[in-house]
Design a protein around this ligand. Structure first.
Ligand code: UDP
Ligand code: MG
Length: 148
């Protein structure tokens, strides 16, 4: 089953949005397969965002991500990478639809509350970086009530 990496950024943690965000993924029917609250170092944040290292916003982005604890998660389910991105909304909250996490809870692109992997390939890479121990192995008993 497909998995994605979702991270509640420091502003989401500070603003008390952890429960709300987890709830949206849970209620959709996705399964939580990894969860931790941690503060990362600059070199780790640079590694996570290495594809963006040439962008002018990169230094500010790294400072933002290391500014406080983040909630790192693995979510599992059919189509979770693409659907997870839809639940999150467009990168710039000014373009995020109401009903999405960024559309409902954010205003500026540099304080957009949450990260989600943009492809299955980057999901696998990001899960490997953030969860070297791998996902927690369990099966939700809701499975037959969510999948036909
Ligand atoms: N970002 C920013 N300014 C920009 C574009 C992006 O500060 O002009 C930040 C923003 O926090 C975004 C992150 O960099 O979530 C990663 O950018 P990406 O294009 O990968 O967007 P995402 O995948 O998070 O939607
Ligand atoms: Mg991205």
């Amino acid at each position: 089953m497909e998995q994605t990496f979702i991270m509640i950024k420091p502003d989401g943690v500070q603003r008390g949005l952890v429960g709300e965000i987890i709830s949206r993924f849970e209620k959709k029917g996705f399964t939580l397969k990894g969860l931790k609250l941690l503060t990362v170092e600059q070199s780790f944040a640079e590694k996570h965002y290495e594809d963006l290292s040439k962008k002018p916003f990169f230094p500010g982005l790294v400072q933002y991500i290391i500014s406080g604890p983040v909630v790192a998660m693995i979510w599992e389910g059919k189509g979770v990478v693409v659907t997870g991105r839809k639940i999150i909304g467009a990168t710039n909250p000014s373009a995020s639809e109401p009903g999405t996490i960024r559309g409902d809870f954010a205003i500026d692109v540099g304080r957009n509350v949450i990260h989600g992997s943009d492809s299955v390939e980057s999901a696998n890479k990001e899960i490997g970086l953030w969860f070297p121990e791998g996902p927690t192995n369990w099966q939700s008993s809701l499975h037959p009530w969510i999948y036909e």
